[in-house]
Design a protein around this ligand. Sequence first.
Ligand SMILES: Cc1cc2nc3c(=O)[nH]c(=O)nc-3n(C[C@H](O)[C@H](O)[C@H](O)COP(=O)(O)OP(=O)(O)OC[C@H]3O[C@@H](n4cnc5c(N)ncnc54)[C@H](O)[C@@H]3O)c2cc1C
Length: 431
Amino acid sequence: MADERFDAIVVGAGPAGITAAKEMAVAGLSVVVLERGQYPGAKNVSGGILYRHPTEEMCPGFETEAPLERPIVEQRYLVLTEDAMLGGIYRSMKFAEQPYNAYSVLRSEFDRWYATKAEEAGAEVYPEFTVTDVLWEDGRVAGVTTGEPDGELLAHCVVLADGANSLLAQRVGLHREWAPIDQALVAKELIALPAEKIEDRFALPAGLGTAYEIFGESTWGLLGYGFIYTNKESISIGTGALLQDLIETGINVNDMLDRFKRHPAITPLIAGGETIEYSAHLIPEGGFDRLPQLYADGAVVVGDAAGLVNPLNREGANLAMLSGRLAGQAIVEAKQRDDFSIASLSRYRELLDDSIVIKDLRKIRRVTPFAHARPHLLRDYPQLASDIAREYLTVDGTAKKDKQAKIAGILRRLPKKRLVGDAVGAVRSMT
Ligand SMILES: Cc1cc2nc3c(=O)[nH]c(=O)nc-3n(C[C@H](O)[C@H](O)[C@H](O)COP(=O)(O)OP(=O)(O)OC[C@H]3O[C@@H](n4cnc5c(N)ncnc54)[C@H](O)[C@@H]3O)c2cc1C
């Protein structure tokens, strides 16, 4: 590699790294992106919902060029019990009009395309380079190495965009390995199905898509959820839970996904499909209270590597992009000051604090602890709701008054104190 000092080296060509690289290259900085995958996107795992508005802000006009699957016009929140499925649907044909709200994407295609935008801005993107460590000069980060004899590269600033399990952020001392309680492990498959089958099974107008988030039996009652998203000619299906709960219960996410796929309400949706891709991946879900130090002398950390994920609203890629952009802006300013010290790069945190990234993470900080402390939420309530629905819907000669009494009896199974505590806790965790 060349014996020169770049303005910035970005490690990882996911949405965070590519957005940071693009931001800096547009401002005229010399930027190199190193990606361990065969190509950007080759190693990236996502359910695949990409929100239009934030993506448009990062990359104006992306809809006319980017490889997109289906505009999402429907969201379903469902719960499964062993034999039943119930829940809520919101489908709006407003979502089928421009400007769309969200698309399904295949990250292997989208990320590959997105990386070309950083290249067009002037960044150099090199796949098949795994960074094994950072380089230090006088106690500050001064570059990276791939561990090869000629694999050292110097820069004024290193952007750590290496994803959920950022070994490099640990090497820099920005954070320790995430604790099992602070990350979810998710297994995902891509199942090929003809477009018409997808549209028939999900009752979709041609070319449009749906997103299902499914709780309860989909995770064996653990805190987490299953998902099904429709692509043009495939379905993304996955499920996962907090790593700590998986470890404690001994449940394997592969088994969880198999069981989810075998559920009587799910099997018909994927029947006859061929699994063409399988992956398992971590999601950092520690949220606001577990955010690491985000900058050091000569380095910043962005996206999943920094734990900037909002699992409640399924926002990972857009927060990764925004944090990449803000880190890029802070580095451009640092370049103008010719000062890449920790004090100078603290501007990144200021920008983040002012953005929806930190505002939203702060807002939802109590939700996961609230739900995790109440395992019955995803076990007892779905069953109760299913029992009530079945009782109500079954026409069996029982007078409606007696039915009502039966339903009241089912409700009485719930300790009142717990019900009130859960309701109050739920409201408090969201305010
Ligand atoms: C199953 C699943 C479903 C999800 N669904 C959604 C969804 O529907 N919508 C959404 O917005 N978010 C979703 N997310 C979250 C989203 O995928 C992430 O938040 C997002 O990809 C983070 O982007 P990133 O650039 O920070 O990291 P990544 O996309 O993980 O990119 C990191 C990159 O760094 C590279 N890398 C790592 N180490 C090195 C190294 N040492 N040297 C060189 N390169 C390296 C990797 O190969 C990778 O390309 C999901 C995540 C999972 C696991």
